[in-house]
Design a protein around this ligand. Sequence first.
Ligand code: DX5
Ligand code: ZN
Length: 218
Amino acid sequence: MKTEFSPSLLSADFSQLKEEVRLVESADYLHFDVMDGVYVPNITFGPTLIKAVRPYSELPFDTHLMITKPERYVEEFVKAGSDLLTIHYEATDHIHRVIQLIKSYDIKAGCSLNPATPLDSLEYILPDLDLVLIMSVNPGFGGQSYIPQITDKIKKLSKIIKDNNYDCKIQVDGGIKNHNLKNIINAGADIIVAGSAIFGAEDPAEALAEMRRIAEDA
Ligand code: DX5
Ligand code: ZN
């Protein structure tokens, strides 16, 4: 399967988001990192910003909710224009119910696991998921270093998905750069999230193109 890319706007210039999203129009998704200052020690933005950006991109909007009790805001993020909504396993008491709620709006549902959360947590929800987001840094900030033991976690998840024939993609988020991209893809990542590697580069369009070239050779 061809590797897909979801540039994270967290490292973009927020004073000119309209222009920034156009630079990565050749990506496969646009990744929005929503943080509430409770679930993670940082605050970013909410549905209002996503709605404001919606007219400026044709890409599917991939919304990563790093908020506590995400069930309270699912409808708002769907209405804002999300095509894929990912919540954290650790952020709700009723993960199965929230996944069903997301799916009831006919959009794709993802579940994210923090670095220390075991894959076992997914056992009874994996058949319902369109995507698992494996965090390769602790959520909250862009520009952190990739945690090396996550590569093994990706491999194990990839095997579980293949063995059971699940229709579920693996997305990996955090610390992905040109130098570790190949390994992460070979471990089984289907969708790569990259923030600082793309928007921190002088030429984000070229940085994305270079990542695609690396992925093609992987
Ligand atoms: C971290 C976010 C990531 C972040 C990745 O909490 O979920 O999406 O933007 O940034 P980089 O690619 O810079 O590690
Ligand atoms: Zn993210």
